[in-house]
Write a protein that binds this ligand. Structure first.
Ligand code: TXA
Ligand code: MG
Length: 325
């Protein structure tokens, strides 16, 4: 994906330190829907307000990700985390032992979780961690909301462990870079999914298996864990139950219509991904609108979406949703 041609030219993001004034500025950028590269102990993250779907969509555009992976949401403490996910006793003891630190927990979302469906790719679960870096913890405290942040590198390139790496690869696509020095671990967090009583290692990372197993007992691998996990737990994306007809200009009788842009005919669309034809707005609405129509209809007709920019990820997601993957 190359969205450069569709975006206005941008000045390279300024690089700031981690003084209180710098963090205040970063918090203002995040709260106004911008993107800030932030230091963590593992790798630099590309952060946005996780509750703002449009801001989360910008992460995917900046990374040039051709598909929507669910993102890790970063919190400053356990109280913030508990508003987002259901903590079992085992989840609580892992968070108490290893946060802040390089452990990501995949847990069921709470019913009132305010995180955008795009950040979790429409899943009923959410990945959470509290990063061990004073600057980023201070930023999250100032924002007062979770920060969605994948590693701050263009898709399919090496994760950055210094502010200079981020500046080199992403400066023209983001709003601000916080330089908090070189990452101490230099390797991504370990990801553990908890469902029922079982713990599954989804990604090995900076926190060693043996340390986690001292609390969880032997960790299952994702393949061996199908019996442990609740149905749907391992699905990386929301999969609609309804039949999905793509590139539809008109709904047929009985079909819900998921529109994009001004509807070409005088049908009233059931829902519109973006009346003004904005792809980032469409991305931010995609999972929530699919879910809403899926609950009320057996068939959904879906309007054509341009394939440029983040439209590639939207179309990829829709064709998998319609193709039983
Ligand atoms: O160290 C790290 O974890 C860094 C720093 C910035 O925190 N972040 C990071 O994010 O590596 P990212 O987006 O590159 O990797 C997140 C991984 C992805 O493989 C994604 O599929 C998985 O977490 N993930 C996120 N939410 C999930 C969920 N609900 N269920 C299963 N996997 C999930
Ligand atoms: Mg990554």
């Amino acid at each position: 994906m190359n969205s450069d041609s569709e975006l206005p030219p941008r000045v390279p993001a300024p690089i700031r330190g981690a003084s209180p004034a710098d963090l205040d500025e970063a918090a203002r950028v995040i709260l106004s829907g911008g993107l800030v590269a932030v230091p963590t102990e593992t790798v630099y993250g590309l952060a946005a307000d996780a509750t703002n779907g449009l801001a989360v969509a910008k992460i995917f555009t900046a990374k040039g990700r051709p598909s929507f992976n669910p993102l890790i949401c970063h919190v400053s403490n356990l109280a913030m985390a508990a508003e987002l996910a259901e903590f079992s006793p085992l989840a609580l003891s892992l968070a108490r032992a290893f946060w802040p630190g390089p452990l990501t927990l995949v847990l069921p979302r709470t019913r009132t979780c305010p995180v955008s469906d795009l950040a979790t790719a429409g899943l009923d679960t959410i990945a959470l961690r509290s990063p061990k870096h004073v600057a980023t913890l201070g930023l999250i405290e100032r924002v007062g909301r979770p920060l969605a942040a994948p590693s701050a590198n263009p898709s399919e390139t090496i994760s950055p462990t210094t502010a200079a790496h981020v500046a080199h690869n992403l400066a023209s696509k983001i709003d601000l870079i916080i330089d908090g020095g070189a990452c101490s671990a230099g390797l991504e967090s370990t990801i553990i999914a908890l469902a029922g009583s079982g713990a599954v290692m989804l990604r090995p990372g900076a926190l060693e298996r043996s340390q986690i197993e001292s609390l969880t007992g032997p960790l299952a691998s994702p393949d061996a864990s199908k019996g442990i996990l609740a149905p749907g737990m391992m699905r990386r994306h929301y999969a609609p139950r309804a039949r999905l007809r793509l590139n539809a200009l008109d709904p047929q009788p009985g079909e819900a219509y998921l529109a994009f842009g001004a509807p070409p005919k005088p049908h009233s669309p059931s829902l519109n991904l973006s009346i003004r034809g904005d792809l980032e707005e469409a991305a931010s609405n995609l999972f929530a609108m699919l879910r809403a129509l899926d609950e009320s209809h057996d068939s959904i007709a879906e309007a054509p979406i341009p394939g440029h920019g983040i439209g590639e990820a939207i179309n990829g997601r829709l064709s998998r949703a319609g193709g039983n993957s």
